[in-house]
Design a protein around this ligand. Structure first.
Ligand code: SAM
Length: 257
């Protein structure tokens, strides 16, 4: 167990009072308690080790390892060498998932994140994980970014702990999916509620449509404990690894938010 670097405290709140995207913690710094929301990634990444301390040490997140292990198993079953993959890691953050794949030895890894602080933290804490890192919003992909990403001939999309919930919207995920070559691989995780029939959000509809259509051939779908909540309750996610067969059709793209 790593020694905590930062003085962090969780707030007094009624159990289950805060939704996952409203949760926050206090950071004691220079004699003051700063209130930081879990989604204030800029504030978190700016402080070395804080992201790892809150999500991985305190809240026991296992997702980068879990998704990387499943991807590796699926590739093995399909006799694909992980070392040949050219991966686009969407919502790359400070490189936690990239680091897992780097250990497996992928051919190329390109990170994309909307937050400039994510790239800075990655260069500071995990230099060399990505062959290139783009700070970009794939919802509004510029021709320049599209051209640069296409030049990497990507054949695997990963997106860990970053989909939905005020993070990466459906359009950005769909644009990234369409950058991957047909026959390439897709590995991501999502909160379990996104797969419920009752969830009619654009993101949920996209994932369910992809799973039901031939655009994505699902090879592995597994429910697991992503991390615990601030009340110590398990937060369940699905990890999905599949093969991309073809691009998301225009009629489905038009319905995304
Ligand atoms: C919880 S972090 C996950 C980081 C990393 N994948 C991991 O497993 O540790 C979510 C990341 O998604 C990024 N993000 C949120 N919205 C985004 C968007 N529209 N496009 C790209 N990245 C986004 C955030 O900046 C943040 O770095």
């Amino acid at each position: 167990m790593l020694r905590p670097l930062h003085s962090i405290k969780l707030p007094i709140t009624e159990p289950h009072q805060l939704d996952q995207d409203e949760a926050y913690f206090y950071l004691r710094e220079n004699g003051r308690d700063l209130r930081i929301r879990f989604h204030d990634y800029g504030e978190i990444y700016r402080r070395p080790g804080l992201y790892e301390q809150i999500f991985y040490q305190r809240l026991k997140c296992v997702s980068p390892k879990k998704v990387a292990n499943i991807l590796s198993e699926v590739l093995h079953e399909n006799r694909v060498e992980i070392s040949e993959l050219r991966v686009l890691d969407l919502g790359a953050g400070n490189g936690m998932f990239g680091e897992q794949l780097q250990t497996g030895g992928v051919s190329r890894m390109v990170g994309v994140d909307i937050a400039p602080e994510a790239e800075e933290a990655c260069l500071r804490d995990r230099p060399g994980v990505y062959d290139a890192y783009y700070v970009a919003d794939l919802c509004k992909m510029t021709a320049d970014i599209e051209e640069q990403l296409k030049a990497w001939h990507l054949d695997c999309l990963s997106c860990v702990a970053a989909l939905g919930f005020g993070d990466i919207p459906a359009t950005a995920f769909a644009n990234a999916f369409n950058l991957i070559a047909p026959g390439g691989w897709v590995a991501f995780n999502i909160k379990e509620s996104f797969l419920l029939e009752s969830d009619q959000s654009g993101f949920s509809n996209l994932i369910k449509s992809l799973m039901m259509s031939d655009a994505l051939e699902v090879h592995h779908l597994e429910r697991y404990r992503h991390r615990i909540s601030i009340d110590g309750k398990p937060l369940f996610y699905y990890a999905l690894v599949g093969k991309k067969e073809y691009d998301i059709p225009a009629d489905l793209m038009a319905k995304l938010d």
